[in-house]
Design a protein around this ligand. Structure first.
Ligand SMILES: Nc1ncnc2c1ncn2[C@@H]1O[C@H](COP(=O)(O)OP(=O)(O)OP(=O)(O)O)[C@@H](O)[C@H]1O
Length: 458
């Protein structure tokens, strides 16, 4: 029979200790209680706990000290902080220090139950772990020190409920990192819902995120669940979060803080339990400075920031990554696995990869076709743009050698010509997919649509 879980609760108010003790025992959880840090440290030495709940203010210190102590001495033990209502700053500090989650006073029973069940799931059996792992079809390849560190951080963050903001250039693997954080954590058996914030037309955003009632606007022919509800119990991944219009940022912040949503046209709020992961290739802090991104939302989603390095900063990963991608491509095309000649590999190691791993995938896919089943040669890679042997490593703004001639054109006409050339190139690389092409160019989907129209390319 499975052992009854054991919780450590730390609070200097005997009434609260008693209340939490009774509540947890109704959930079949045994408790040990401490009224201060000193007692908590002693109990931690004596027992093997499954979860710890601590108040912030204690007679001999604060809850964050306890979080830090547990991080150092018992890193496997999930600890949650109970904070005064609305004190988000402390909750965020606690999560930065390694708290698994937080609860606001007065403690809501539903939230407590969700928190406890997520914490207990961290003690997964090896079978449960491998079942969850099998849901991520792709692996994060890379053995360079930065990638090793990234993989370790992912495992650590998977155990927490803290919001994580993933920053990195287009195609570096931000979505893959988000998926791994979800599937390696206690929410793995609930949905992972990715959403590209730049691809939803602004007039539909509220209904997409929060759902709508039938008849609430023209076209609302039936009730519709929003993305938050679809992700309930799991993770909502807000990709390209910098593209959210300001009015939507306010609504999103409210939903995250209150843990409720109200579908368009509905009178009632619905409770939701969703972990928020977000990503962008832009510098969000700069957008906060220029007031294009709300500071309060920035601090709420950016409790932990994770950087995914560009491929050009870890060229030693290229051989392994290329082989892995060639295997994946062979599988999806039902063909034999191609290999790369030494010169082709050397050429890849010199290339700059502005589109990172997604670009490497595209290059290899094209090269497989060109090599017609033989070993892939340097010329099959067709790397038309500048490689790092031709230009210095640091000068990333250098122009490709196939720039159009300016002769006779005004500056505006010339710039337009370059714009058309770059857009066409990105569209070709993305096989005509506008969302992906926009990503390669580092612009929003809306900006892409606008440019295609303006330049009469659509
Ligand atoms: N380290 C890696 N190992 C193996 N495959 C990877 C790795 N990183 C990324 N990929 C693959 O590269 C492709 C692009 O990755 P992903 O979509 O996660 O990037 P992204 O940073 O979210 O891109 P964007 O900013 O354009 O949304 C995916 O097919 C992904 O599986």
């Amino acid at each position: 029979m499975a052992q009854t879980p054991l919780a450590l609760i730390v609070d200097d108010e005997p009434d609260i200790l008693q209340l939490l003790g009774i509540t947890l025992s109704r959930m079949n959880i045994d408790t040990r209680q401490a009224e201060n840090l000193g007692q908590a440290y002693q109990l931690l030495e004596k027992h093997e706990f499954d979860i710890c709940l601590t108040d912030m203010r204690l007679p001999d210190g604060d809850g964050i000290e306890l979080v830090e102590h547990i991080q150092n001495k018992h890193p496997e033990l999930p600890v949650a902080l109970i904070t005064a209502h609305g004190n988000m700053e402390i909750a965020i500090d606690a999560m930065k220090a390694g708290a698994f989650d937080f609860l606001s006073k007065p403690v809501d029973l539903g939230s407590l139950r969700n928190l406890i069940s997520a914490a207990l799931k961290l003690k997964q059996t090896p079978e449960q772990k491998s079942k969850a792992n099998s849901k991520v079809k792709k692996q994060l390849i890379g053995d360079t020190p930065v990638m090793k560190h990234l993989k370790q951080t992912i495992l650590k963050l998977a155990r927490s409920q803290a919001p994580v903001y993933i920053n990195g250039e287009s195609g570096t693997g931000k979505e893959l990192v988000a998926k791994l954080i979800h599937y390696k954590g206690p929410r793995a058996d609930k949905p992972f819902v990715p959403v590209n914030c730049g691809a939803i037309p602004s007039e539909l955003m509220e209904s997409e995120f929060f759902g709508h009632k039938k008849g609430s606007f023209t076209g609302a022919i039936a009730d519709k669940k929003g993305l938050f509800q679809s992700a309930d119990g799991g993770t909502l991944f807000l990709d390209e979060i910098a593209e959210l219009p300001l009015n939507m940022q306010v609504k999103l912040l409210r939903a995250i803080q209150e843990k409720t949503v109200r579908p368009v046209g509905s009178e009632t709020e619905i409770n939701i339990d969703v972990r928020i992961l977000s990503a962008s290739h832009k510098n969000l802090l700069k957008l906060v400075d220029t007031e294009e991104f709300r500071k309060d939302l920035f601090y709420r989603i950016n409790v932990i920031e994770l950087k995914v390095p560009p491929l050009r900063e870890r060229t030693d990963d290229i051989p392994k990554l290329a082989n892995y991608l060639l295997e994946q491509l062979a599988k999806s095309q039902g063909l034999g696995v191609s290999s790369l000649s030494d010169t082709a590999l050397a050429e890849l190691k010199r290339y700059d990869f502005p589109g990172n791993i997604r670009e490497l995938e595209n290059i290899l896919e094209r090269a497989i076709t060109l090599s017609m089943g033989e070993q892939i040669q340097q010329e099959d890679l067709n790397l038309g743009t500048v490689t790092r042997t031709q230009e210095s490593d640091t000068d990333q703004s250098s122009a490709p050698s196939n720039m159009p001639q300016r002769s006779g054109l005004s500056l505006d006409e010339y710039l337009e010509k370059i714009e058309i050339q770059e857009i066409m190139k990105a569209l070709e690389e993305a096989n005509g997919n506008k969302t992906q092409a926009a990503k390669l160019l580092g612009i929003s989907f809306r900006a892409m649509r606008y440019k295609l129209k303006k330049l009469q390319l659509d």
